[in-house]
Ligand binder design. Structure first.
Ligand code: ADQ
Length: 698
């Protein structure tokens, strides 16, 4: 790829299906590819891998699904195993050839698991991924049984690129709805890494067309076309013979056009160049037969003895002939049903400037990614045969001046944004350092650990949900796993160490799951508390809770109006949960609810806050900060570490100013008053494990 310039690079790819004799010479082929072309082959021509990975999961599951053709998509669990295995084969070869810190650019839907595989094995690599096909609406994508694994596979990358902003929008929606992964248009924070997203519309290989159109063979092709078809207008279609390209629909439109314009049957000729594709997949063989039949019928209906209106070429074409055809055709009819970008449209536009080219008009599907860039095309709905027939008629009727006026600005754009510019822009962005959101909290490091090891009387105050335990679909399912309980047991038993768990959960939950631990428990954000092995009691018996009856109906009404939400009633707080609601609808309703509550509760002793998929109204007279005060008083420690992920934990972090003995750790992204940061639950557990090891001298 020229965009990579002089940067030393290697291609890793499948050299295609080998004949059995060539398969015997794999080693020789590998050597030749490596030495002569800088390529590393990955062989997938063994029967199982080929069928499961290539024909199966790539071409019969993902390809139709990503192109909105759910009814064509087939799902076979064994295909996904083959897909995983071949992605793994690619990973093995990449890992062999990629040096430390190498940039790896992964292409397209066949390799969507590869980024995460590479990331897991080699965090030093900088990984980019580009999707050449559409990313469909989540309503379609969610049909994929392995959707979560596939999305996680992609999130292994540092930079993920799409042709259009629409595809990126759909991808973000899938992240939110399938993985509960929040994101911004430019990226997402995933396990403490910033995964960037970008829009990079691919361009055509301008350099190849510039080169070929200066050659005598191109001129010869052009002269031949002039001789044979000089008195006729050519309407040209070029595509792979694929059901996404809408060839049968196009033939219907041509049928209408020829039916309605008998005067054009003599001077218009339709060239359909369809390169055979994936002929081992049933759907493609059926399509070929269907197209051939329809063309036979069309020609039967409209041919005269000397003239045939549709010429169908079911084969590839040399670049000089292709360029000559582009240059000679006065209309290009590019009408895919869905297309990631479509390079044929851009090649046609560029060839308007080729030597000897005739002025021309592009008819383009509004459903092709290229439609967003090629504003001078006649945009059509490929399903609307009548509309496409009208577009053909109006394109043919254009004067050369009209055609050029629409074409010239498009051509400048297409030439500027060619394949090389596209590659440069993607690779350039991949070079940029990932930006972790800027805020003052520093990564937890050795300085903090040293202070912890040195403390004689250490206090640990830990939040539960989102800090010790990952969020799951239903809050009641987020019970502590054995591994976590063992860790907490060991922490609580450390000499010179006091452990407190401060949570928004009700006491019943904490008692049931954590009650046996040698730990101070604080429930409902500080409303109820318990010393190890003791009885539960009110932290602030004088708190005014009369507001509960006023606020509760407001939350209940919100729950009635928003499917998938419910109200949790605690002794000193009310919580509206929207984790199971449609994420966007839930977030919008949460905003409304906070607005309504802020007004109603203006004079009440409450705090309204929006947390992780919740809106909570809690007594102002209790807080985690107040709970921390009480623990500090009773423990008399020389160091306290408070750690939490939520806004309610900020009331503890604010105590930093009051106690120099307090170290504060925010878990996850977002603005905070804490001094330190850990990226997520896994990192918190590793951190606690390290404390156990250091304080026991393990
Ligand atoms: P494709 O689906 O293959 O690519 P497209 O972008 O149109 O579609 O590229 C086809 C290429 O093949 C063009 O360069 C064209 O010149 C060539 N070609 C087609 N028919 C030919 C023929 N008969 N003879 C010779 N050459 C022929 C996928 C996505 C697209 C996306 C590209 C690039 O489906 O949406 O634009 O990747 O990202």
């Amino acid at each position: 790829m020229r965009g990579l310039g002089e940067v030393p690079h290697r291609w890793v790819g499948w050299p295609g299906q080998l004949s059995s004799s060539a398969a015997d010479g794999r080693e020789a082929l590998t050597r030749r590819l490596r030495e002569e072309q800088g390529c590393e082959p990955v062989f997938i021509d063994d029967e199982v891998a080929y069928e499961q990975f290539y024909e199966g999961y790539s071409n019969a599951t993902l390809w139709p699904l990503l192109h909105y053709m759910t009814e064509r998509a087939r799902f076979e669990p064994s295909w996904f195993h083959g897909y995983e295995a071949v992605n793994r084969r690619f990973a093995d070869v990449v890992l062999e050839v990629a040096g430390r810190g190498a940039r790896v650019w992964v292409h397209d839907y066949q390799l969507m698991l590869l980024p995460a595989m590479l990331r897991a094995a080699r965090p030093d690599l900088r990984i980019g991924f580009f999707l050449h096909v559409p990313f469909p609406s989540h309503e379609v994508f969610r049909v994929l049984p392995e959707r979560e694994t596939v999305l996680r596979g992609l999130l292994g990358a540092d930079l993920i690129g799409f042709h259009t902003f629409g595809y990126l929008r759909h991808f973000r929606s899938a992240l939110l709805r399938s993985l509960d992964q929040d994101s911004m248009p430019d990226g997402a924070l995933v396990d403490g890494r910033h995964v960037r997203f970008g829009v990079y519309p691919i361009g055509h290989n301008r350099e190849a067309f510039d080169r070929v159109t200066t050659q005598p063979r191109y001129q010869a092709q052009l002269e031949e076309l002039q001789r044979d078809f000089g008195d006729r207008r050519i309407v040209l279609s070029v595509e792979r013979l694929d059901y996404t390209k809408g060839i049968p629909h196009k033939l219907q439109a041509i049928d209408r056009f020829l039916g309605e314009h008998p005067e054009r049957r003599k001077d218009t000729v339709f060239f359909i160049l369809a390169v055979p594709s994936r002929q081992s997949v049933d759907a493609y063989r059926e399509l070929t037969a269907r197209v051939q039949l329809a063309i036979g019928e069309l020609n039967g209906r409209y041919s005269t003895f000397s003239r045939q209106p549709v010429h169908f070429y079911n084969r590839g074409t040399s670049l000089e002939r292709l360029a000559a055809l582009y240059a000679f055709a006065e209309v290009a009819l590019v009408t895919p049903l869905v297309d990631g970008m479509n390079l044929v449209a851009k090649e046609y536009v560029d060839c308007r400037g080729a030597p000897g080219a005739r002025p021309g008009t592009l008819i383009l599907s509004e459903t092709a990614g290229a439609a967003q860039e090629l504003a001078g095309a006649i945009l059509v709905n490929p399903y609307d045969a009548q509309g496409v027939a009208r577009a053909i008629a109006s394109a043919i009727a254009r004067t050369p001046h009209e055609a050029s006026a629409a074409m010239d600005p498009m051509r400048s754009r297409v030439r500027k944004h060619d394949a090389e510019a596209w590659a440069r822009s993607f690779v350039g962005d991949l070079e940029l350092e990932s930006r972790v959101p800027l805020d003052p909290a520093a990564e937890v490091g050795d300085a903090l650990l040293e202070r912890i090891v040195g403390a004689t009387r250490l206090g640990l105050i830990l939040d539960y949900d989102g800090t010790l335990r990952r969020f799951v679909g239903k809050p009641e399912d987020a019970t502590p796993e054995l591994e976590l309980l063992e860790l907490l047991e060991r922490l609580g038993a450390l000499t010179g160490t006091r452990l407190g768990i401060v949570s928004g959960r009700p006491e019943a939950f904490l008692q049931q799951h954590l009650g046996h631990l040698p730990a101070w428990l604080v429930a409902e954000h500080g409303f109820r508390q318990r010393v190890p092995g003791g009885e539960w009691e009110d932290a602030n018996p004088r708190a005014d809770l009369t507001w509960l009856d006023v606020v509760r109906p407001i939350l209940e009404q919100a729950a009635d109006l928003t499917p998938g939400t419910h109200v949790e009633v605690k002794k000193s707080a009310l919580v509206w949960h929207y984790r199971r609601a449609d994420p966007e609808f839930g977030a919008w309703k949460a905003g409304e609810l906070v607005g309504a509550l802020t007004e109603v509760a203006a004079n009440m002793p409450v705090e309204v806050h929006r947390g992780h998929k919740i809106v909570e109204v809690a007594s102002q007279q209790v807080s985690k900060g107040a709970a921390l005060d009480a623990l500090v008083q009773s423990w008399a420690p020389d160091l306290v570490v408070a750690c939490g992920d939520d806004r309610t934990d900020e009331s503890m972090f604010h105590r930093r100013d009051a106690y120099p003995l307090l170290e504060t750790i925010k878990v996850g992204p977002g603005a905070t008053y804490a001094a330190w940061r850990l990226p997520g639950v896994a990192a918190v557990r590793r951190f606690l494990q390290r404390i156990v090891e250091l304080r026991t001298g393990e």
